[in-house]
Design a protein around this ligand. Structure first.
Ligand code: SF4
Ligand code: SF4
Length: 375
């Protein structure tokens, strides 16, 4: 049985968040896991440098509260580390830390300054034989995973399991997209990564979440809650339910079920977890075609399946918004994006619909557009 603890957390006010973290960590007995010398990694979501109010990154108040709780109990061997969507270098990450509001007392002194990586072997029978992990993740003895609740153009949602993709260094992430272009294979890889990284605890920032075109270009939705669990899959299941969505419509949870990684039962403790109504809006790339609605109910699923086989979502640039920064081209695993006359061009041929480009676009110039599958 897995436990997911819920605490209503109405705002990012420092004391409000600290009190929520105290309730979570005490309910789950976190202090009993730790010794003064335990190497602790706090792994936020730092997709790219963005001010906290944008809802893209884990809010600094969550990090500050976790660090305060740990240090006040004598657990000081802490590092805060993530690898964003761009480069994994001191200079690039300094910019991300600044823009995301992490260069403040109580967090700054714990920010990662090691930008190397290590190769870590995986378990028996895994498809991926080893992962390159950022050194703080490879060396940590206790990982506190700190995701942000968001929708995601490729994986539908980004919660605890997806947050661990940030343990892959820098531009090796697009490489993983290139190796696993099908969503089914990509989420299987994510589950194997999760089994390799093995977070000890996951604390979800769902005070403000993101719906629509997440994980970078959606809209902020105030949801006023934090969730915490030792079981990242149980936490993801409950978070999806909270979003008003169906857990097994999420590719990574369907994969985790097939890999027998899900708990048999999940108990929710703490405050009530009431599903959002209306449910979270999905990214354009993950919306159903809606054609199935015009046929009798019994035929809807097969019709949607056929349409899915014929159609695919592709990125499309709004040239009136594009500023020609090239971040989409840098993150494209297929290297098919060209910047000409300070505007991005995205051909369909070769596109694997990973939406890394949309994820990294700082001005939300990229939309999803459904079209016939490119051969
Ligand atoms: S164009 Fe965008 S969606 Fe297509 S492969 Fe490149 S990054 Fe992925
Ligand atoms: S990331 Fe966005 S703004 Fe920058 S070149 Fe690509 S589409 Fe244009």
């Amino acid at each position: 049985m897995s436990v997911v603890n819920v605490v209503k957390t109405p705002s990012y006010d420092e004391e409000t968040v600290y009190s929520a973290v105290c309730r979570h960590f005490e309910a789950l007995g976190v202090a009993e896991d730790l010794k003064p010398e335990t190497r602790i990694l706090l792994k936020p979501n730092l997709l790219y440098g963005k001010k906290p109010e944008a809802g893209v990154t884990t809010n600094p108040a969550i990090l500050k509260a976790a660090i305060r709780w740990l240090t006040s109990r004598g657990f000081t061997n802490i590092v805060v580390a993530d690898s964003s969507g761009g480069l994994f270098t001191a200079e690039y990450m300094r910019g991300v830390y600044s823009a995301s509001g992490l260069r403040v007392p109580g967090i700054e002194e714990y920010l990662n300054r090691d930008f190397t990586f290590q190769t870590v072997p995986t378990g028996k029978g895994f498809t991926v034989k080893s992962f390159n992990l950022i050194t703080p993740a490879a060396q940590a003895e206790y990982i506190i995973n700190l995701p942000k609740l968001k929708t995601h153009a490729m994986t539908t949602v980004s919660i605890g399991v997806k947050n661990l993709f940030g343990t892959i260094p820098g531009l090796q992430k697009p490489d993983m997209h290139r190796r696993y272009p099908r969503t089914e294979d990509f989420v299987h890889m994510l589950c194997e990564l999760c089994e390799t990284v093995k977070p000890s605890l996951t604390l979800l920032d769902a005070v403000d979440s993101m719906e629509g075109n997440g994980p970078g270009g959606g809209t902020v939705k105030h949801t006023g809650v934090t969730l915490c669990s030792r079981d990242v899959y149980a936490l993801d299941m409950m978070a999806v339910k909270f979003m008003g969505l169906n857990a097994f419509d999420m590719p990574h949870l369907a994969a985790a079920r097939d890999m027998k990684l899900l708990p048999e039962t999940v108990t929710v403790t703490g405050d009530d977890l009431i599903p959002c109504s209306p449910a979270f809006r999905l990214p354009d790339a993950r919306k159903s075609t809606g054609f199935g609605d015009s046929v009798p109910r019994i035929l809807r699923k097969p019709v949607e399946k056929v349409l899915d086989a014929l159609l695919r979502s592709y990125p499309q640039v709004d040239k009136s918004v594009c500023i020609g920064c090239g971040k989409c081209a840098e993150s494209c695993p297929q290297k098919i994006i060209r910047i000409e006359n300070k505007k991005a061009g995205m051909p369909r041929r070769g596109c694997i619909s990973c939406f890394c480009c949309q994820e990294m676009c700082p001005v939300h110039a990229i939309r999803a557009h459904r079209g016939l599958r490119s051969m």
